[in-house]
Design a protein around this ligand. Structure first.
Ligand code: CTP
Length: 432
């Protein structure tokens, strides 16, 4: 295949097609040469849309990105020192741009050869052949397909192959990436690449990388469609215990991850509402002692807020599950059980529930109780002459309970209840 335009026109959304043509137009306006590369082209050939688009820009990525901002609303971050820029559009599409510097050492006089070698040099530094294909975006050559390293063939054969022997030494995070892609696509790591990878694992090459970078890469595993498969492969390759010391990959751990993946597929959380790292770590850390959780959180450079969420989930989910298994609790008690539990803890409870009745109660909390607040607010009580203090808070929480239980249904009924509660505590009436 020489040109990807038919594929672009058939497998991508109209929105993305329009953006690609617009990129081409902008590149011509500013005399840049722009290519879509990497995962975007790989996924295009697989018939999938990837909304994170890697671009190689001949000229300046930062300058090109600036020119895009005039026609596409979004936020731009440029790292001029590294020749990179990221433009995140308001519709969620991300352009990751890198400058390919023109290098004039090859093929004097033959311009196309020079241009191609620039792109080729950039692509040669990348991880696996399947990620080295490119697609020109400039008008005139829009859709032109570049495949210098046999990426297409490896994609068709289902192989993950490094481009050169020292690839894992140059970037040990590629060990994790290779396993991610292998499991995501159901591919194989090509034999020579696998022996280079095993050697890199034996030599513990990831120790050359900062924990921050290492665990940022590990976090991506939890955004994969099947994290359990990736973690199982980590275990087979003796990586799991290195990445998660003090954590055993037991059948129980696997079972919990399986339940979590099943629940996620069934009850898709709203986009952005769930931290997948926390969710999967909460299943992984379920049996661990608090001090081991603290140790791993520190190792993984998790934020304090994330660590506290994991500790809260660890401390509360088992007892919430026990309680919901033995009794059906009323709305106010259900609210009390879940109100402090992070979102990820609620999802884990759904995943680990042994009976549909338990899941239904969590869903009831999420759908009907979580956001339900009284119409009467603290301000109303202040206006009624009450002073803030313990009685004030008690009345508000009694009122909230009554709302949750459905005992009061509108502001008028709420005010009546508040008056009764105030009378009972010797306060003045809130009813006008
Ligand atoms: N890349 C690389 N080595 C790395 C990370 C990235 O060579 N350690 C290159 C690859 O060519 C990759 C591109 O940078 O295609 C973009 O990286 P990223 O967005 O992480 O990869 P994708 O291939 O788009 O993967 P995903 O589908 O997971 O987004």
């Amino acid at each position: 295949m020489k040109n990807l335009t038919p594929l672009i026109n058939t497998s991508l959304s109209k929105e993305l097609q329009a953006l690609l043509y617009l990129l081409g137009y902008c590149s011509q306006q500013g005399s840049f040469k722009v290519y879509a590369v990497g995962g975007f082209v790989r996924d295009l050939l697989l018939g999938q849309e990837n909304r994170d688009i890697d671009l190689v820009v001949e000229g300046s990525a930062a300058e090109f990105a600036k020119s895009l901002l005039k026609v596409m609303p979004g936020t731009l971050r440029s790292y001029e020192r590294f020749g990179t820029a990221t433009l995140t559009l308001t519709n969620g599409i991300v352009f990751d741009m890198v400058t390919a510097r023109k290098e004039f050492y090859a093929a004097p006089g033959a311009l196309p050869a020079v241009e191609q070698s620039t792109l080729k040099n950039d692509l040669f530094r990348r991880d696996f052949t399947i990620n080295t294909m490119a697609c020109a975006l400039n008008p005139g050559e829009f859709g032109m397909f570049f495949d210098y390293f046999g990426g297409r063939e490896d994609l068709e054969r289902g192989l993950i192959r490094v481009l050169y022997k020292l690839s894992f030494v140059d970037d040990p995070l590629r060990i994790i990436r290779a396993i991610r892609f292998e499991q995501r696509f159901g591919f194989d790591i090509e034999a020579d690449s696998l022996s280079l990878m095993n050697k890199a694992i034996r030599n513990r090459l990831w120790e050359k990388v900062s924990n921050e970078r290492l665990y940022n890469e590990v976090r991506l595993v939890f955004r994969e469609p099947k994290p359990l498969k990736v973690l199982t492969r980590f275990n087979e390759l003796n990586l799991f215990k290195e990445i998660f010391p003090r954590l055993l990959f037991t059948p129980q751990v696997k079972e919990r991850l399986q339940q979590l993946e099943y629940a996620l597929a069934k009850f898709k959380p709203e986009a952005g509402s769930c931290n997948y790292t926390l969710l999967f770590l909460s299943a992984l850390f379920y049996d661990l002692e608090e001090r081991d959780i603290n140790f791993l959180c520190h190792l993984m450079r998790l934020k304090r807020k994330e660590r506290l969420a994991l500790l809260s989930i660890r401390a509360n989910v088992p007892s919430v599950l026990r309680q919901l298994k033995t009794e059906t609790v009323g709305p106010a008690s259900l609210y009390a059980l879940f109100k402090e539990l992070p979102e990820e803890g609620q999802l884990l409870t759904i995943a680990l529930a042994s009976e549909p009745r338990i899941r239904e109660q969590v869903m009831y909390y999420r759908e009907h109780l979580r956001g339900r607040k009284p119409f009467v607010t603290g301000k109303d009580l202040l206006e009624a002459g009450m002073k803030p203090g313990p009685v004030f808070n008690r009345i508000l929480s009694k009122l909230h309970e009554a709302v949750l239980e459905g005992k009061v249904k509108n502001k008028e009924e709420e005010l009546k209840l508040v008056s009764l509660l105030m009378k009972a505590t010797g306060e003045q009436s809130a009813e006008k």
